[in-house]
Structures are given as C-alpha cells and as structure tokens.
Design a binder for this molecule. Structure first.
Ligand code: SF4
Ligand code: SF4
Length: 123
C-alpha cells in the first residue's frame, strides 16, 4: 500500500515518461534505421531491391520507369539498401510522416531503352 502511494505521489509531481508524438519528437538513437528513401536520379531500376526484399514491398517496373514502395509493409531489415548497386537507396533515421491511411511511394523516371517484351521485370 505504501509502495503504491509512493508511485501515485511520484506520478503526480513528475512529467509523463511518454511523449506527445508527433508534436514532441525524440531525437533518433545512434544507428537507428528509420525508413528507406530512394534517390530516383541514381536508381537504374535494376530490380535487385525487389528481389531481395523479404516482405515484397518494392515493385520495380522498368518498362514503365516506375519504382513503387509500400512503407507500411517494410520490416526495415536493410537488405535493399545493402544490395542496391548504385547506392540510391538509403536508410534515413528521421521519422516518417504520420498518416491515418496506408499509402505507397511512387517514383517515376524516364527509361532510355525500356524492355520491349511485355514481361514481369523480376521473376
Ligand atoms: S536496387 Fe537500387 S538501383 Fe536497383 S532498382 Fe532498387 S533502388 Fe534502383
Ligand atoms: S528494408 Fe527490408 S523490408 Fe524494407 S524495403 Fe528494404 S528489403 Fe524490403
């Protein structure tokens, strides 16, 4: 009973240990992975990130010049970043914008010699 009373009094005089995110943000920890970002100018739409992604949240369509990412499916393993040959993919430690709805991130770029056959980019 005394222990509980001590806790109650302590909680009354101390600030809450939680933060009112997104109004109060905590600085990311050192080596925090955050989320992935693609510098589409460096991306060659090779499809390696799609092949190595364990949660299937990247789709690359070289014919249409599209790189699509579903951030809410990503498990932040970093495999795509490690294997990207042009280093266009990076882990950013900052928080992703809050959202009430799932959304996808779509990057488009012009492809000089798109594949002519109508086939899936990555088997
Ligand atoms: S691995 Fe890198 S260069 Fe290749 S499609 Fe993915 S982001 Fe683009
Ligand atoms: S970090 Fe992992 S799960 Fe997320 S997109 Fe890259 S490979 Fe897929």
């Amino acid at each position: 009973m005394l222990d509980m009373l001590k806790n109650v009094l302590s909680n009354l005089i101390h600030k809450p240990v939680t933060r009112k995110y997104p109004f109060e943000k905590r600085e990311p920890f050192e080596r925090a992975r955050g989320h992935i970002k693609n510098d589409i100018d460096k991306c060659i739409l090779c499809g390696i990130c799609q092949r190595v992604c364990p949660s299937n949240c990247i789709q690359v369509n070289r014919k249409e010049g599209k790189w699509v990412f579903q951030p809410f499916e990503c498990v932040i393993c970093g495999a795509c970043v490690e294997n990207c040959p042009t280093k266009s993919l990076k882990m950013e430690a900052e928080y992703r914008a809050v959202s009430n709805e799932k959304y996808e991130i779509v990057h488009k770029k012009e492809v000089k010699n798109p594949p002519t056959k109508d086939k899936k980019e990555v088997a």
